[in-house]
Design a protein around this ligand. Structure first.
Ligand code: OGA
Ligand code: MN
Length: 219
């Protein structure tokens, strides 16, 4: 399935290998090959067919610190469960990716959570980090895009700050089946407003314990 083949130390997948290499070298990866287009299409249909009642305004912070704050983000989200075929296929695929990265980079990734996000025209998510140093919670962020025929003039770029200054900003359009992966504590990022509806999935791998999350190659 999905052009994977077995070899001695598990499943080899060219898309997963590219992500592992980029994560090791740069701490982030942008791939148009890793996410199977058939899976992206299943997820796209799921998100456009699920009624808007399934979505709720995204907040910031957890539990009692949870707050809706228009100055930070204005998108709406829907958590992904295994209750739909598309949701289960996504969870199976992200488990394969997790196992692959754990084998290649000894990241110690354990659990995974993810949600669909809908940004209507004009919606945004200001510069933020998905995890804070020392809290050892979210280790690796995954973002997948579900927008066929996205044109640059629609805007809606993900901007990743890969170092200091304007010259170290990476601008990523949310084109169909594109996958972005980065170390959650290390890369501030933001979502620029678009002129169209913009659909994505954001997910996070967490550690089991509060151990080091340093990238540590297997070889
Ligand atoms: C997030 C996020 C990016 C995107 O939900 O934390 O940064 O491009 N999403 O949807
Ligand atoms: Mn984020």
């Amino acid at each position: 399935m999905y052009q994977q083949q077995t070899c001695d130390d598990g499943v080899y997948d060219a898309g997963f290998e590219g992500i592992a290499n980029d994560l090791y070298e740069k701490g982030y990866a942008i791939s148009d090959l890793a996410l199977p287009r058939a899976l992206a299409e299943q997820l796209r249909l799921q998100v456009i067919n699920s009624g808007s009642d399934k979505f709720h305004r995204a907040g910031i912070g957890r539990e009692k610190h949870h707050a809706i704050n228009d100055s930070v983000r204005t998108d709406e989200i829907c958590w992904i469960t295994g209750n739909s075929c598309a949701g289960q296929a996504w969870l199976d695929w992200t488990t394969n990716l997790k196992d692959y990265l754990n084998r290649r980079l000894i990241l110690g990734l354990f659990s995974f959570e993810s949600h669909f996000a809908h940004y209507g025209p004009g919606d945004y998510y200001k510069m933020h980090l998905d995890a804070f140093k020392g809290e050892a919670n979210r280790v690796l962020t995954l973002v997948a895009y579900l927008n066929p025929d996205w044109k640059p003039e629609y805007g809606g770029q993900l901007v990743i700050q890969t170092g200091k200054g304007e010259q170290n900003k990476r601008f990523v359009f949310p084109t169909f089946a594109r996958l972005v992966v980065f170390l959650s504590e290390d890369f501030p990022h933001e979502v620029l407003p678009a002129t169209r509806d913009r659909y994505s999935i954001a997910g996070w791998f967490r550690l089991n314990t509060s151990q080091s999350n340093r990238v540590d190659p297997a070889t």
